[in-house]
Ligand binder design. Structure first.
Ligand SMILES: C[S@@+](CC[C@H](N)C(=O)[O-])C[C@H]1O[C@@H](n2cnc3c(N)ncnc32)[C@H](O)[C@@H]1O
Length: 240
Protein backbone atom coordinates (compact mmCIF):
# COMPACT_ATOMS: atom_id res chain seq x y z
CA UNK A 1 0.00 0.00 0.00
CA UNK A 2 1.30 3.50 -0.85
CA UNK A 3 2.12 5.54 2.21
CA UNK A 4 0.14 8.74 1.79
CA UNK A 5 0.54 11.24 4.60
CA UNK A 6 -1.06 14.65 5.17
CA UNK A 7 1.99 16.91 5.16
CA UNK A 8 4.88 14.78 3.84
CA UNK A 9 7.24 16.08 6.49
CA UNK A 10 8.85 12.71 7.08
CA UNK A 11 7.26 12.49 10.54
CA UNK A 12 5.18 9.44 11.49
CA UNK A 13 1.84 9.34 9.65
CA UNK A 14 0.08 9.17 13.03
CA UNK A 15 1.61 12.46 14.19
CA UNK A 16 0.67 14.21 10.96
CA UNK A 17 -2.88 12.80 11.03
CA UNK A 18 -3.34 13.93 14.63
CA UNK A 19 -2.05 17.39 13.79
CA UNK A 20 -4.23 17.64 10.69
CA UNK A 21 -7.43 16.73 12.54
CA UNK A 22 -6.52 19.08 15.41
CA UNK A 23 -6.13 21.82 12.78
CA UNK A 24 -9.42 21.25 10.97
CA UNK A 25 -11.53 20.20 13.98
CA UNK A 26 -13.28 23.58 14.23
CA UNK A 27 -14.64 23.18 10.70
CA UNK A 28 -14.89 19.38 10.47
CA UNK A 29 -18.66 18.95 10.97
CA UNK A 30 -19.51 21.91 8.78
CA UNK A 31 -17.30 20.76 5.91
CA UNK A 32 -18.48 17.17 6.23
CA UNK A 33 -22.05 18.26 5.66
CA UNK A 34 -21.21 20.80 2.97
CA UNK A 35 -18.88 18.62 0.92
CA UNK A 36 -20.99 15.47 1.15
CA UNK A 37 -24.24 17.43 0.79
CA UNK A 38 -25.38 15.69 3.97
CA UNK A 39 -25.11 12.17 2.50
CA UNK A 40 -22.73 11.01 5.24
CA UNK A 41 -25.58 10.97 7.77
CA UNK A 42 -27.51 8.42 5.72
CA UNK A 43 -24.43 6.21 5.46
CA UNK A 44 -24.00 6.11 9.25
CA UNK A 45 -27.72 5.33 9.67
CA UNK A 46 -27.35 2.40 7.31
CA UNK A 47 -24.37 1.16 9.36
CA UNK A 48 -26.32 1.40 12.60
CA UNK A 49 -29.17 -0.63 11.09
CA UNK A 50 -26.73 -3.46 10.47
CA UNK A 51 -26.15 -3.68 14.23
CA UNK A 52 -29.81 -3.82 15.27
CA UNK A 53 -30.03 -7.60 15.17
CA UNK A 54 -27.23 -8.20 17.69
CA UNK A 55 -28.60 -5.63 20.20
CA UNK A 56 -25.16 -4.54 21.41
CA UNK A 57 -24.72 -3.46 25.03
CA UNK A 58 -21.23 -2.06 24.80
CA UNK A 59 -20.20 -0.21 21.65
CA UNK A 60 -16.75 1.10 20.75
CA UNK A 61 -16.47 3.90 18.18
CA UNK A 62 -12.88 3.97 16.96
CA UNK A 63 -11.60 7.18 15.34
CA UNK A 64 -14.68 8.85 16.75
CA UNK A 65 -13.57 12.38 15.81
CA UNK A 66 -16.41 14.71 16.76
CA UNK A 67 -18.52 11.72 17.81
CA UNK A 68 -21.09 11.47 15.01
CA UNK A 69 -20.93 7.68 14.68
CA UNK A 70 -21.15 7.24 18.47
CA UNK A 71 -24.17 9.57 18.51
CA UNK A 72 -25.86 7.61 15.71
CA UNK A 73 -25.28 4.38 17.71
CA UNK A 74 -27.27 5.77 20.66
CA UNK A 75 -30.40 4.67 18.71
CA UNK A 76 -29.47 1.07 19.53
CA UNK A 77 -30.10 1.68 23.25
CA UNK A 78 -26.78 0.27 24.45
CA UNK A 79 -25.64 0.61 28.08
CA UNK A 80 -22.38 2.31 27.12
CA UNK A 81 -20.63 3.80 24.12
CA UNK A 82 -16.94 4.59 24.20
CA UNK A 83 -15.40 6.80 21.53
CA UNK A 84 -11.64 6.88 21.06
CA UNK A 85 -9.47 9.07 18.87
CA UNK A 86 -5.88 10.28 18.64
CA UNK A 87 -7.03 13.88 18.11
CA UNK A 88 -8.03 15.70 21.29
CA UNK A 89 -8.98 18.66 19.12
CA UNK A 90 -11.71 16.65 17.38
CA UNK A 91 -13.02 15.15 20.63
CA UNK A 92 -13.26 18.57 22.26
CA UNK A 93 -15.97 19.47 19.74
CA UNK A 94 -17.49 16.02 20.17
CA UNK A 95 -17.82 16.44 23.94
CA UNK A 96 -19.58 19.79 23.47
CA UNK A 97 -22.07 18.11 21.14
CA UNK A 98 -22.69 15.26 23.57
CA UNK A 99 -23.47 17.72 26.37
CA UNK A 100 -25.93 19.61 24.18
CA UNK A 101 -27.63 16.36 23.18
CA UNK A 102 -27.66 15.12 26.78
CA UNK A 103 -25.71 12.05 25.73
CA UNK A 104 -22.61 12.70 27.82
CA UNK A 105 -23.54 10.01 30.38
CA UNK A 106 -24.05 7.33 27.76
CA UNK A 107 -21.12 8.27 25.50
CA UNK A 108 -17.61 8.99 26.75
CA UNK A 109 -14.77 10.10 24.50
CA UNK A 110 -11.20 9.30 25.42
CA UNK A 111 -7.80 9.61 23.81
CA UNK A 112 -6.71 6.35 22.25
CA UNK A 113 -4.93 4.90 19.26
CA UNK A 114 -6.59 1.96 17.50
CA UNK A 115 -3.25 0.21 17.19
CA UNK A 116 -2.45 0.29 20.89
CA UNK A 117 -5.84 0.49 22.65
CA UNK A 118 -5.53 -1.47 25.87
CA UNK A 119 -9.17 -2.53 26.37
CA UNK A 120 -9.58 -6.11 27.57
CA UNK A 121 -9.94 -8.99 25.12
CA UNK A 122 -13.56 -9.67 24.10
CA UNK A 123 -14.89 -6.55 25.81
CA UNK A 124 -17.16 -4.85 23.23
CA UNK A 125 -20.26 -6.28 21.50
CA UNK A 126 -19.88 -3.96 18.55
CA UNK A 127 -17.12 -1.82 17.10
CA UNK A 128 -17.70 0.91 14.53
CA UNK A 129 -15.10 2.91 12.59
CA UNK A 130 -16.17 5.80 10.35
CA UNK A 131 -13.60 7.15 7.88
CA UNK A 132 -10.85 6.12 10.28
CA UNK A 133 -9.08 3.01 8.95
CA UNK A 134 -7.73 4.89 5.92
CA UNK A 135 -5.83 7.09 8.35
CA UNK A 136 -4.28 4.34 10.47
CA UNK A 137 -0.50 4.26 10.33
CA UNK A 138 -0.40 0.47 10.48
CA UNK A 139 -3.74 -0.80 9.15
CA UNK A 140 -3.30 -4.46 10.04
CA UNK A 141 -1.96 -3.76 13.52
CA UNK A 142 -5.03 -1.62 14.19
CA UNK A 143 -7.48 -4.21 12.83
CA UNK A 144 -5.85 -7.09 14.73
CA UNK A 145 -6.18 -5.07 17.93
CA UNK A 146 -9.86 -4.35 17.23
CA UNK A 147 -10.48 -8.04 16.52
CA UNK A 148 -8.96 -8.83 19.94
CA UNK A 149 -11.27 -6.35 21.67
CA UNK A 150 -14.46 -7.52 19.89
CA UNK A 151 -16.55 -10.13 21.73
CA UNK A 152 -17.14 -13.49 20.04
CA UNK A 153 -20.51 -13.16 18.30
CA UNK A 154 -19.95 -9.41 18.02
CA UNK A 155 -19.77 -7.29 14.89
CA UNK A 156 -17.47 -4.69 13.43
CA UNK A 157 -18.86 -2.14 10.99
CA UNK A 158 -16.46 0.01 9.03
CA UNK A 159 -17.56 2.91 6.85
CA UNK A 160 -14.93 4.19 4.45
CA UNK A 161 -14.62 6.02 1.15
CA UNK A 162 -13.85 3.92 -1.88
CA UNK A 163 -12.59 4.84 -5.29
CA UNK A 164 -15.30 4.54 -7.96
CA UNK A 165 -14.08 2.82 -11.11
CA UNK A 166 -17.02 3.19 -13.49
CA UNK A 167 -17.84 5.85 -16.04
CA UNK A 168 -19.22 8.49 -15.40
CA UNK A 169 -19.03 8.32 -11.58
CA UNK A 170 -15.24 8.00 -11.67
CA UNK A 171 -14.89 11.12 -13.87
CA UNK A 172 -17.28 13.13 -11.72
CA UNK A 173 -15.57 11.91 -8.56
CA UNK A 174 -12.09 12.81 -9.90
CA UNK A 175 -13.26 16.30 -10.77
CA UNK A 176 -15.08 16.84 -7.48
CA UNK A 177 -12.31 15.47 -5.25
CA UNK A 178 -9.44 17.00 -7.23
CA UNK A 179 -10.82 20.51 -7.57
CA UNK A 180 -13.99 21.23 -5.58
CA UNK A 181 -13.11 19.51 -2.29
CA UNK A 182 -9.56 20.92 -1.93
CA UNK A 183 -10.74 24.43 -2.87
CA UNK A 184 -13.68 24.57 -0.46
CA UNK A 185 -11.77 22.63 2.21
CA UNK A 186 -8.84 25.04 2.12
CA UNK A 187 -11.11 28.07 2.07
CA UNK A 188 -12.94 27.11 5.25
CA UNK A 189 -10.42 25.04 7.21
CA UNK A 190 -7.34 27.14 6.33
CA UNK A 191 -5.40 23.87 6.05
CA UNK A 192 -4.07 23.66 2.51
CA UNK A 193 -3.29 19.93 2.65
CA UNK A 194 -6.14 18.32 4.58
CA UNK A 195 -8.61 18.22 1.71
CA UNK A 196 -6.01 17.21 -0.90
CA UNK A 197 -4.83 14.42 1.38
CA UNK A 198 -8.43 13.15 1.39
CA UNK A 199 -8.60 12.00 -2.30
CA UNK A 200 -4.94 10.90 -2.26
CA UNK A 201 -5.55 8.67 0.74
CA UNK A 202 -8.77 7.28 -0.78
CA UNK A 203 -6.93 6.34 -3.98
CA UNK A 204 -4.18 4.60 -2.04
CA UNK A 205 -6.58 2.71 0.23
CA UNK A 206 -7.18 -1.02 -0.49
CA UNK A 207 -10.96 -0.83 -0.82
CA UNK A 208 -13.84 -3.27 -1.46
CA UNK A 209 -12.69 -6.92 -1.95
CA UNK A 210 -9.12 -5.93 -1.07
CA UNK A 211 -10.24 -4.63 2.29
CA UNK A 212 -12.48 -7.60 3.09
CA UNK A 213 -9.43 -9.81 2.39
CA UNK A 214 -7.45 -7.76 4.92
CA UNK A 215 -10.25 -8.11 7.49
CA UNK A 216 -10.16 -11.87 7.01
CA UNK A 217 -6.37 -11.91 7.29
CA UNK A 218 -6.68 -9.99 10.57
CA UNK A 219 -8.91 -12.69 12.05
CA UNK A 220 -12.43 -11.44 11.35
CA UNK A 221 -15.09 -13.86 10.09
CA UNK A 222 -17.59 -13.50 7.24
CA UNK A 223 -16.18 -10.17 6.06
CA UNK A 224 -18.33 -8.58 3.37
CA UNK A 225 -19.09 -5.14 2.00
CA UNK A 226 -21.86 -3.09 0.49
CA UNK A 227 -21.08 -0.23 -1.88
CA UNK A 228 -23.12 2.90 -1.26
CA UNK A 229 -23.82 6.02 -3.33
CA UNK A 230 -22.57 4.59 -6.64
CA UNK A 231 -19.39 3.26 -5.11
CA UNK A 232 -18.00 6.39 -3.48
CA UNK A 233 -18.15 4.71 -0.08
CA UNK A 234 -18.47 1.20 1.26
CA UNK A 235 -19.82 -0.35 4.44
CA UNK A 236 -17.78 -3.32 5.61
CA UNK A 237 -19.21 -5.80 8.05
CA UNK A 238 -17.44 -8.67 9.80
CA UNK A 239 -17.82 -10.86 12.85
CA UNK A 240 -15.76 -12.84 15.32
C1 LIG B 1 -12.30 11.61 9.01
S1 LIG B 1 -12.30 11.56 10.75
C2 LIG B 1 -13.72 10.60 11.10
C3 LIG B 1 -14.45 11.00 12.34
C4 LIG B 1 -15.76 10.25 12.58
N1 LIG B 1 -15.54 8.85 12.78
C5 LIG B 1 -16.76 10.47 11.49
O1 LIG B 1 -17.37 9.49 11.04
O2 LIG B 1 -17.00 11.62 11.11
C6 LIG B 1 -10.98 10.45 11.07
C7 LIG B 1 -10.55 10.38 12.53
O3 LIG B 1 -9.66 9.27 12.69
C8 LIG B 1 -8.77 9.58 13.73
N2 LIG B 1 -7.67 8.61 13.72
C9 LIG B 1 -6.74 8.45 12.76
N3 LIG B 1 -5.91 7.44 13.08
C10 LIG B 1 -6.34 6.95 14.27
C11 LIG B 1 -5.89 5.91 15.12
N4 LIG B 1 -4.82 5.17 14.82
N5 LIG B 1 -6.58 5.66 16.26
C12 LIG B 1 -7.65 6.42 16.59
N6 LIG B 1 -8.11 7.44 15.83
C13 LIG B 1 -7.47 7.71 14.68
C14 LIG B 1 -8.42 11.03 13.42
O4 LIG B 1 -7.83 11.70 14.49
C15 LIG B 1 -9.78 11.60 13.01
O5 LIG B 1 -10.46 12.20 14.09
Amino acid sequence: MNKVTPYNTGAAKKEEVEQMFDNIAFRYDFLNSLLSLGIHKGWRKKCVKKLERIKPNAILDVATGTGDFAIACAKLNPTKITGVDISEGMMKFGREKLKKLNLDKLITLEKGDAETLAFEDNSYDAIVVGFGVRNFENLEKGLINLQRILKPGGKIIILEFSYPRRFPVKQFYNFYFSYVTPFIGKLFSKDSRAYSYLPESVKAFPDNENFTAILTKCGFKNANFESVSLGIAAIYEAGK
